[in-house]
Design a protein. Structure first.
Lengths: 475, 493
């Protein structure tokens, strides 16, 4: 048993199991304990994962079902960071709420599912980890009971996810049927000899599961309702962790099981990228609530990333671009959601109109929110700018200039809705006091996301030395 | 020293952030000190500049993103030095002008200083990615400046400004990426790209790259038909905002056309030279006619910018089309001098327009009549600036426009005829300003007004004086400009 290679997974799983009885027993201020323990758990997992970056030779473990390579290590780091920030925000947001003790456990489990997905080499493992990721996510959405919007969000999320994942599992069985193997690399070796029609059917079906998690149009429609119904920290988590994990899983299955662009997947992904970008951006233009706005924004952001996925088998730099952009996306998107969590907890609403005069009453959260939005819009010298440069450059290098131009057009459209909240924050003279929720967890996560957004934009080189390990994919 | 000039404003901006909001005077004076220090540093750059030098001077190169071949690479040449100095000068004058301001000063000072870092960095950047980065740092603060401190329609104007310029800069970014990917190994280094001419044998790709840059720089310049944002932005911006916008931000487009587009895509520029020439002539005539139709003084000055910037596009087109390098150099000298001259004169015009508006509460020219009797100092300055703007010999505008017309004559007589026609219209335009605003009897309902205060005079007068100095003694600046245009004129077109 190569347990030494999955120490981060063991930490998260062990903590999740150990914390279940603690959360049930904890009363009063002890309810904060699981969150604090989980935060340190994530920190430990990050350290242990970062140590694995130096293992430059990829190798499979557990009879070839689980890959230990730079590819999974980089994505694991992103996922663990996402979990860490969410646990920190939840620590302040859920204070005095019954979810305070339970949310960290679900976050641990769901992140664990995502981490497993980045490494899974076996069809059974893929389904297993995707289910773990989703099941724990339902829990997170369902944590706020008695709220009509929240209940609706939970039901919607559950039914859509269950259907999408079932269809996906069905699609994966085709791969087994065509090749007689559950292992991605063996499938990749045998699949080119199979009937292209059936390959396409399998691809189209299993794509739905990933497309659901990534919020690819037309499988995106759950996201705005679920984000709006979930609490802000959870909405932030859902917009980052499942998406990152599904991108890693999708890239691995496409590159390993469908080598050489089988089933024309680069073209299909490119078309989906166009649809996703346009729909996300156009729909975001009309939103008046921040969580819905960011939901559509995150759909559009997934579209930008899909541009690079479409050239991932041709351009070596594409994987690095995706990993860098996802890291940037983690910081800027979570940065925005932290401030939204403060606003939501303080005022009970996430209307853009409620931002009026925020620049006066709370200059620091206001600055983080504006910088995060500007970064999402791709304005230098922020993280999203360098990230978009990498994505566009990879897309053009892959010969898809038309796709890059469509991407640029979309980034232009997107400017409008990213800058509109900034106008609310700074332009009108403040006519009333706006009360933001305060707390240590907010401050810590604000600082963390702000630093990330600035650092990745101004000095990209250090993070790039980490994200370029993503190219070490076990083939 | 150059790095100091770039980052001194940013440093001051960060210092301003740490000062308490309860002491606005302290913040104002700190910002002014930072601006003045930047002006001193840029004067040192000017004095230490060797006009005979061939390479970029005050050069610093540090690796920034090595894996994609982008570096922090800055240096000054003859094209950028005058614009850097102009930026520092206008920043200082603006900071003098706003000294009495006491409301929300912290953000105000921060944004102006941040913008100055973007602008100076842009003119110094020798790396396309760095250029783009500074381009945006120069632009984004202006959105907030218009939106927070502007007049009635500020939100509309701010959003329009932002969307136009950002859409343009994204098109420009695509062109930069095209150049970057055509280089082996991939690099954003401007000098390496100019030497290698990566798109020389690829007319389609080069044409697309040219189009992207024309859109990006054309929005900023602005040229017809991309000028639509300009009147709103200028009119709604606060005085100090319009001064920076007209004085320096429009020159980002001019500098980009001359120092980035022309040397990286000379052959494509020649192929589409006639189109650019036509566009420039249309802008020039259109700007003049549109200005003639205005009754709002600030809006009128805004439209004259479209007219004056038309010369720059014409000069770029002439430089691309001309066969002899002497004609090219003449055209480019004229273009750069026009950029400087317009920065001084229109900067001054917007100062005056803003001061008059704040004193009287109106921008309607008809309501001002007989300014001479009430405010002789303002009238005199307005007269000087108007005569300088219409191209009267002895002022900087004349030297610039004369060179452009001269160079154009050797390419196309018709284009030169149209330019002269434009000159006639603008002459009428400026005379009309003088007649309706300065001379005659004041109308019965004309607003009360006091003349310029010492502070206001300090902000405006240096601009008029400098324009006169350049007009009478062009050799104070021409050798430096020629240092930049000489290299450009020798390119293979």
């Amino acid at each position: 048993m190569e347990l030494w290679a999955i120490i981060p997974e063991l930490i998260l799983a062990g903590l999740a199991l150990a914390l279940v009885p603690v959360a049930g027993w904890a009363r009063g201020r002890w309810q904060a304990v699981p969150g604090i323990v989980a935060a340190f758990g994530f920190l430990a997992a990050i350290v242990m994962t970062a140590r694995m970056l130096s293992w430059t030779t990829p190798f499979p473990i557990f009879e070839g079902t689980y890959a230990i390579d730079g590819f999974s290590t980089v994505f694991k780091l992103i996922l663990e960071l996402g979990g860490l920030v969410t646990v920190l925000v939840a620590h302040s947001y859920f204070r005095g709420h019954s979810a305070l003790a339970h949310a960290p456990i679900a976050i641990l489990l769901s992140t664990l599912g995502g981490i497993g997905l980045t490494s899974a080499l076996d069809l059974g493992m893929i389904v297993l980890f995707l289910q773990l990721l989703s099941l724990a996510s339902y829990l997170l959405v369902a944590l706020v009971r008695g709220d009509k919007l929240g209940n609706e969000a939970t039901m919607k999320y559950f039914i859509y996810a269950a259907t999408a994942l079932a269809i996906m599992a069905y699609g994966l069985t085709f791969l087994y049927g065509l090749t007689g193997s559950l292992e991605l690399r063996t499938i990749g070796a045998a699949l080119p000899a199979a009937d292209p029609v059936w390959i396409f059917v399998a691809f189209a079906l299993f794509l739905i599961g990933y497309a659901f998690e990534i919020t690819v149009v037309p499988f995106h429609f759950w996201a705005p309702d679920v984000y709006a119904g979930a609490t802000a920290p959870i909405a932030g988590y859902l917009s980052v962790v499942p998406k990152v994990a599904a991108f890693a899983g999708l890239l691995r299955i496409l590159l390993l099981a469908l080598p050489g662009g089988l089933a024309n997947w680069p073209t299909i992904i490119a078309i989906l990228a166009v649809a996703t970008m346009f729909l996300g951006n156009l729909a975001a233009l009309r939103q008046t609530r921040l969580k819905r706005l960011l939901a559509y924004s995150s759909i559009a952001q997934a579209g930008y990333l899909l541009m690079a996925v479409a050239v991932a088998d041709r351009v070596p730099a594409a994987l690095g671009a995706i990993a860098y952009y996802l890291t940037a996306y983690l910081f800027m998107n979570l940065g925005a959601f932290v401030v939204i969590a403060q606003i939501e907890r303080g005022t009970g609403t996430d209307h853009i109109a409620s931002l009026r005069g925020l620049g006066r009453t709370a200059p620091w959260p206001a600055a983080v929110l504006v910088l995060s939005l500007l970064s999402l819009a791709g304005i230098p010298p922020l993280a999203g700018f360098i990230g978009k440069i990498f994505l566009l450059s990879a897309t053009i290098e892959g010969g898809l200039l038309w796709l890059a131009i469509i991407g640029i057009i979309n980034m232009t459209v997107a400017l409008y809705y990213y800058i509109a909240p900034a106008a609310q924050i700074y332009f009108p003279a403040p006519d009333r006091q706006l009360h933001l929720a305060r707390g240590f967890g907010y401050q810590l996560s604000l600082a963390l996301t702000l630093l990330g957004t600035l650092f990745l934009g101004i000095l990209p080189a250090p993070i790039m030395t980490i994200t370029r390990h993503v190219g070490e994919l076990l083939r | 020293m150059l790095n100091l000039a770039i980052f001194l404003p940013l440093l001051t901006a960060l210092i301003v952030l740490t000062l308490p909001s309860s002491k606005p005077a302290l913040i104002r004076w700190t910002a002014l000190a930072g601006a003045a220090a930047t002006l001193i540093v840029s004067t040192i750059l000017w004095l230490g500049f060797d006009p005979a030098g061939v390479a970029m001077q005050w050069r610093t190169t540090v690796e920034w993103v090595p894996s994609i071949g982008a570096s922090y690479d800055v240096g000054v040449g003859g094209l950028s030095l005058p614009l850097i100095t102009l930026t520092a000068l206008l920043l200082t004058l603006v900071m003098i002008h706003v000294l009495p301001m006491r409301e929300r000063v912290k953000g105000h000072a921060f944004l102006f200083l941040l913008m100055a870092t973007g602008l100076i960095g842009l003119f110094a950047a020798r790396d396309l990615l760095l250029f783009y980065l500074f381009f945006e740092i120069g632009l984004v603060p202006m959105y907030f400046i218009i939106g927070i401190w502007g007049h009635e329609e500020r939100r509309y104007a701010a959003i329009k400004f932002f969307l136009y310029t950002r859409a343009g800069s994204l098109a420009m970014l695509l062109s930069f990426l095209g150049l970057y990917l055509a280089m082996t190994p991939h690099t954003f280094s401007l000098d390496a790209i100019i030497v290698a001419q990566p798109l020389a044998g690829k007319p389609v790709a080069a044409g697309l790259a040219l189009l992207g840059m024309l859109i990006g720089f054309g929005v900023k310049l602005p040229t017809f038909p991309l000028h639509n944002w300009l009147p709103d932005a200028h009119v709604e911006a606060p005085t100090e905002g319009s001064v920076m916008l007209a004085g320096i931000q429009l020159k980002m487009g001019a500098y980009g056309l001359i120092a980035v587009m022309l040397p990286t895509l000379p052959q494509a520029a020649r192929t589409y030279g006639w189109w650019m020439l036509a566009l420039g002539v249309v802008s020039l005539i259109y700007g003049a006619l549109a200005a003639l139709a205005q009754r709002d003084f600030k809006r009128l000055v805004a439209y004259t910018s479209v007219n004056h910037m038309g010369y720059i596009l014409i000069a770029v087109a002439v430089a691309a089309l001309a066969a002899e390098s002497s004609v090219r150099q003449l055209a480019l000298n004229g273009a750069l001098l026009q950029a400087i001259s317009h920065g001084l004169l229109t900067g001054g015009m917007f100062f005056l327009a803003g001061i008059l508006q704040s004193k009287t509460g109106t921008r309607e020219m008809a309501r001002f009549g007989g300014l001479m009797s009430k405010a002789p100092l303002s009238s005199a300055l307005l007269g000087v600036l108007a005569f300088a703007s219409l191209g009267l010999p002895g002022f900087s505008g004349f030297v610039a426009e004369f060179q452009v017309v001269g160079a154009t004559l050797s390419i196309s007589v018709w284009a030169a005829v149209f330019i002269v026609l434009g000159l006639v219209i603008t002459t009428g335009l400026y005379l009309r300003i003088l007649v309706s605003m300065v001379m005659g009897e004041p109308p019965a309902d004309s607003p009360k007004l006091s003349d310029l205060s010492g502070l206001e005079l300090t902000a405006v007068a240096p601009l008029a004086v400098l324009s006169l100095v350049i007009g009478v003694l062009p050799f104070v600046i021409l050798p430096i400009i020629e240092n930049g245009t000489r290299l450009l004129a020798e390119l293979r077109f």
